[in-house]
Each structure stands twice: as structure tokens, then as C-alpha cells.
Design a protein around this ligand. Structure first.
Ligand code: AQP
Length: 326
């Protein structure tokens, strides 16, 4: 089985964009790959956060990933800071990374604009740590959303440079594009994001989901209930694409075009369809942050132990390639 690696930041509530763009695909890929998933807390400290909240966020992220289908039977799931070799390899790979290439990263430009009072070196070198995350496990496959494609391209460049300079060590990771590469937020414009309040969290209760959907952007040409709409440009209709069966989608598309259904009703239908799929995940999540929380801790601990033994072996090889004094 080919080895696969991917990560998620514990920067807030896991949302539909993370689920449709990454996690649902991770669960599928974990059937056919040797899968390593990581809660990347060292990445998350590159933006401002409340230190007393970090451990809780990590625990909740792990519980949600398990509730969505990851577990001891199909993958390893661990916390990045439990494997210190991630940051050690990042330092080594920084010496194989062109300064100019980091400055061209779209995410760096976006995050610098978003966090103008804290444009730090960690934000700048974020893709180097990401490269180390992947390389440490010599992962061949990395499932990413559209937003991470540029970082993965840079990772390949960095690893090629390491291999050329110090000898063939790392495979070039291939991206496994997800079926939902860019899920738009409820504003209908930006990518759904934890830090922009344009998301539906998997942990949101149905009333909160309905409340958020009520204000969601649809076809702007539908000014009144009687105006016909265009489902092809409506973000709510794209949610139906993920959650409603084909016959319901066809009916909604028809009724939107001839204005027999209004946006409010269309949103209620998608809320119900979401609940049918997400309700069971939320129920498992509540168990995993409550009475079954010990299972989460044990899975993270056992996974980190396995991850560390691979990481140590890789770092031994890397130190030897670098010719370091032993
Ligand atoms: N809107 C999205 N559509 C498709 N895929 C998405 N991903 C995130 N948002 C979308 C994918 O989810 C995985 C984990 O993401 P992350 O939390 O590590 O990074 P992120 O992209 O920075 O997520 P957010 O929500 O935008 O976090 P903040 O607001 O904290 O920066 C990745 O595979 C990503 O592609």
C-alpha cells in the first residue's frame, strides 16, 4: 500500500469545507493507503490564538475526525508536536528552500493581509514545515484541496533539491485531488474557512445550521420570490450537489428555474439533507468528547508512538546524508 499523509490545523471548529474538501476523502483513501493524519498544532501557532484553548481544540479536532470515520482500524492520527522530528526536519529543508519561492505563496500573501499585526517568519516558512510533515514519513500521496496545491508543488521542488544535493532520500509526493477542491463559504465568494465566519461547523446543531443558511448568499438575480433563479450559479444548490440525491437535485433545479420554489424553502431542504448525513457524525462526536474521550487520547498516543519510530529512522538517515558529526 502506498503511504499517504495529510494534516489539519486545530484553528477552530471543523467545517463543511474541511469535511467535503478533505476529511470525507481521507476516509475513502484510508481504505487503500497506509494513512497518516496529523493535527498540525505547530502550524496553528503562526496566527494569534489563546494558549489555554489549544489543547481543547486539538482534542475536539481529533474527536471530530474519529466521528467522521478515522480510527485505529484504518489510519494513524497524531498531534504534530508529539513528534519533534517535524520541526527538526523543517530546519534542514529550510536550507533547500528558495526565499523567493516562499514569498510567492498565495496563502502567505492572503494570511499576511488577514493578520497584518502579526506577519511572522513562521507564517512565511509554513510551507517548509508542511514539506517536512510529508517527507518525514516519505509519503507518496498527499490529498489536498485547491488551496494547498501550490504548497505541494513547492514541497516537490524542495525535496528534489534535497535529493540532488544529498542523495536520493525522499519520494516526490503526488497530490490526490479531492472531489470537492474548493467549497465556498456562506458568503458565496470566499473559500469556506474557520477564521472567516462564513462556515457551517460539523458540530453545529440543526437550528444553528438553519440560522446560518438563512443568511447565505444565493443567486443575486432572485430579488423576489417570483423571480426565476439560476441553480448553476447558486452556492446553496452546490450544497444540494453534495447532500441531496440526484432526483431531488433535478427537481430543485427545475423548480428554481421556474420559481415554484423559493430560496428559503430550498435552504430548508438542504438543511434537512445535511442533517441526515451530519447528524450521526455529530452524535458520535458528542460521545467522543464525553464518555468515550479516553479512546481519543489512546488513539492519539498509540499513533504518535508509531509515527515517532518512523520519524526517528528518517532523521537518522537525513543526518547521515548531511554528513553531520555523530
Ligand atoms: N473551503 C474548503 N474547500 C475545500 N477544502 C478545504 N480545506 C479547507 N477549507 C476548504 C481543506 O481542509 C484541509 C485542512 O485544512 P486546514 O484547516 O489545515 O487549513 P485551511 O485551509 O487553512 O482551513 P481553514 O478553515 O481555511 O482554516 P483557517 O481559517 O484557520 O486558515 C486541507 O486539505 C484544506 O485543503
Amino acid at each position: 500500500m502506498r503511504r499517504l499523509f495529510s494534516g489539519i490545523q486545530p484553528t477552530g471548529d471543523i467545517h463543511l469545507g474541511n469535511y467535503l474538501g478533505a476529511i470525507a476523502n481521507w476516509v475513502e483513501l484510508a481504505r487503500t493507503h497506509e494513512a497518516f493524519f496529523c493535527i498540525v498544532d505547530y502550524h496553528a501557532i503562526t496566527i494569534d490564538y489563546e494558549p489555554p484553548e489549544m489543547a481543547t481544540r486539538v482534542g475536539r479536532s481529533a474527536a471530530m475526525l474519529m466521528a467522521a470515520g478515522l480510527g485505529p482500524g484504518n489510519c494513524r492520527l497524531f498531534v504534530q508536536s508529539a513528534v519533534p522530528e517535524h520541526t527538526e526536519l523543517a530546519w534542514v529543508l529550510a536550507s533547500c528552500t528558495a526565499y523567493g519561492a516562499l514569498g510567492r505563496m498565495t496563502q502567505f500573501k492572503d494570511k499576511s493581509a488577514q493578520h497584518q499585526d502579526n506577519v511572522n517568519a513562521g507564517l512565511f516558512t509554513y510551507p517548509v514545515l508542511q514539506t517536512a510533515d510529508i517527507a518525514l514519513y516519505k509519503a507518496q500521496v498527499v490529498p489536498v484541496g485547491e488551496d494547498q496545491e501550490q504548497h505541494l508543488e513547492l514541497a516537490r521542488e524542495v525535496l528534489r533539491r534535497f535529493n540532488a544535493r544529498f542523495g536520493e532520500t525522499f519520494p516526490e509526493p503526488l497530490s490526490a485531488r479531492t472531489p470537492a477542491a474548493r467549497v465556498l463559504g456562506l458568503d458565496g465568494h470566499a473559500k469556506m474557512s474557520k477564521s472567516l465566519d462564513n462556515h457551517i461547523a460539523l458540530a453545529h446543531e440543526p437550528e444553528e445550521v438553519r440560522r446560518r443558511l438563512r443568511g447565505a448568499y444565493t443567486d443575486p438575480a432572485r430579488l423576489t420570490r417570483k423571480d426565476p433563479g439560476n441553480p448553476d450559479i447558486c452556492n446553496i444548490y452546490s450544497f444540494h450537489g453534495f447532500f441531496s440525491p440526484p432526483e431531488v437535485r433535478q427537481r430543485i433545479a427545475r423548480e428554481c428555474r421556474d420559481a415554484t420554489i423559493g430560496c428559503a424553502d430550498c435552504k430548508l431542504l438542504v438543511a434537512d439533507a445535511m442533517e441526515a448525513r451530519l447528524g450521526p457524525i455529530r452524535a458520535r462526536y458528542h460521545e467522543l468528547v464525553g464518555p468515550r474521550s479516553a479512546e481519543v487520547g489512546e488513539f492519539l498516543r498509540a499513533s504518535a508512538e508509531e509515527a515517532r519510530s518512523i520519524a526517528r529512522a528518517t532523521m537518522d538517515e537525513v543526518r547521515s546524508r548531511l554528513g553531520l558529526f555523530r
